[in-house]
Design a protein around this ligand. Structure first.
Ligand code: GDP
Length: 436
């Protein structure tokens, strides 16, 4: 529970073993006792006390630790409600932390990211945002703008001082510097998206090339953390696999793994479709056979995509190798594997890392945008910078220029939530689960 009546309500339902007055109970302590309804014991519990403002929401808070189980928890919840508590909305605790000013909107959003993180990297970026690194960067950029705004305001208020030229130069320098920083953040979104959503990867190849064997080999890796995600099209599922910090979202065509004996036939058209919606295409060929017509079609699909060629079944007598002229026409790396014996996978992962510059993402020093809302606002700010430049070029008066500069400040303020619309706030917190 959180809010000013927390301890009043708690007092009605919690019988401490060694009764202490709430005045004498320090924050960050736990008390042992029973949850009671009239005189009936509901459960033996531990209650944690948090006193305002030192709590998650900055309000008085308590947490009741019961034995769990549906009935007991439901009964305790009912008791709280009966005695004056209200059921929290999704994300309400974090929302209160935001509305009470303990964290900004950006940090609140990173709470969801941390909870939903599917990979360690994603969790780390979330934690970094929660710690306020991105907020600080945005704050610093805003300060840079505000420093110049002060001079502009002076020039507007005291037109008798002729400061116009100086201010224009100052403004332009500031715009350049701010724009550079924002562009850097905007660019980080490509990596942020990968960290958050995984590299959307399609494995294509003719029947029997070894697609399902490869998929199985990847999924079976001890280090693979697999999360099933419903696919975008009805007949595919996507699986999030995190291998050596490489987040892959594998597009799996339904039935591939379940109906192993019936060879799933995915036509060339379908393969092309899947490849088109992917960030990466892994094309797999049977190296114990000559390239077939179908293989040549597959190679055509690969041509304009970020791709990797796998020569599978290298445990058998080789017929195809990387020197085949058809492969040489492509820019893709050719890697020999045996999906059956699990060889060559390390090289595959290394190439994926290389293709997406994953090794260059430095989590300690680089700030990474992972949220589309933030990215859009940064783009808007960059556009508004261009507008300011234009007003200056058009020799607009300072007070007009000032209005356009304020637009940039507003975009940035929207990211951290200082000036954000209530509807947007509600939308953001609706994505939370209950009790967070
Ligand atoms: P898909 O139709 O592309 O999904 O191909 P499968 O993964 O079902 O593989 C077709 C056949 O090739 C199966 O009998 C596999 O056991 C076999 N196979 C797959 N990979 C290898 C490999 O690396 N070496 C050998 N010798 N056989 C393989």
């Amino acid at each position: 529970m959180s809010g000013k009546d927390t301890f009043k309500i708690l007092d009605k339902i919690f019988k401490q073993k060694n009764k202490q007055d709430i005045k004498d109970i320090k924050g960050y302590t736990m008390k042992y006792g029973h949850i009671i309804n009239n005189n009936e014991i509901i459960d033996e519990v531990l209650v944690s006390y948090f006193k305002a403002p030192k709590s998650y929401t900055t309000e008085d808070m308590c947490e009741i630790n019961s034995h769990g189980g549906n009935i007991v928890v439901k009964k305790i919840l009912e008791l709280c409600l009966k005695n004056g508590a209200e059921l929290a909305e999704p994300g309400e605790f974090t929302k209160r932390a935001f509305l009470n000013g303990r964290i900004d909107l950006l940090q609140a959003e990173s709470v969801i990211d941390v909870i939903n993180a599917k990979s360690e990297r994603e969790m780390q970026t979330g934690i970094k945002q929660l710690e306020g690194f991105l907020s600080k960067e945005i704050g610093d950029i805003k300060q840079e703008i505000l420093d110049v705004m002060v001079n502009i305001e002076v020039a507007i208020d005291y037109p008798e001082y002729d400061v116009d030229d100086v201010t224009n130069n100052q403004i332009l320098n500031m715009l350049d510097s701010v724009e550079n920083k924002l562009i850097k953040l905007e660019k980080s979104f490509d990596n942020g998206k990968i960290i958050k959503e995984g590299i959307k990867t399609a494995i294509i190849g003719r029947p029997n090339a070894g697609k399902s064997s490869l998929l199985n080999a990847i999924l079976k890796e001890d280090r693979a953390i697999v999360t099933e995600i419903e696919g975008t099209t009805r007949d595919t599922i996507e699986e999030f696999v995190n291998i050596n910090g490489v987040p892959l979202k594998l597009i799996d065509t339904a039935g591939i793994r379940t109906a192993k004996d019936e060879v799933e036939k995915i036509g060339i058209e379908k393969s092309r479709e899947i490849a088109n919606t992917s960030d990466l295409v892994i094309a797999i060929f049977d190296s114990s056979k000559e390239l077939s017509e179908e293989d040549l079609e597959i190679l055509k699909i690969v041509k304009n995509k970020k791709s990797i060629i796998l020569l599978n079944k290298t445990d058998l007598q080789p017929i195809l190798d990387e020197n085949n002229e058809k492969f040489k026409e492509l820019e893709s790396k050719v890697i020999k594997i045996s999906a059956l014996n699990n060889t060559g996978l390390e090289e595959l992962y290394k190439e994926i890392s290389n293709l997406f510059n994953l090794n260059q993402i430095n989590l300690d020093n680089d700030l990474i945008i992972t949220n589309v809302r933030h990215k859009n606002l940064i783009c808007k700010a960059i556009n508004n910078i261009k507008e300011v430049r234009e007003t200056i070029n058009n020799k607009m008066p300072l007070d007009i220029i000032a209005i356009f500069i304020k637009n940039i400040l507003e975009d940035l303020g929207n990211i951290t939530g200082e000036v954000v619309d209530e509807n947007i706030i509600n939308e953001i917190f609706a994505k939370f689960c209950l009790g967070k």
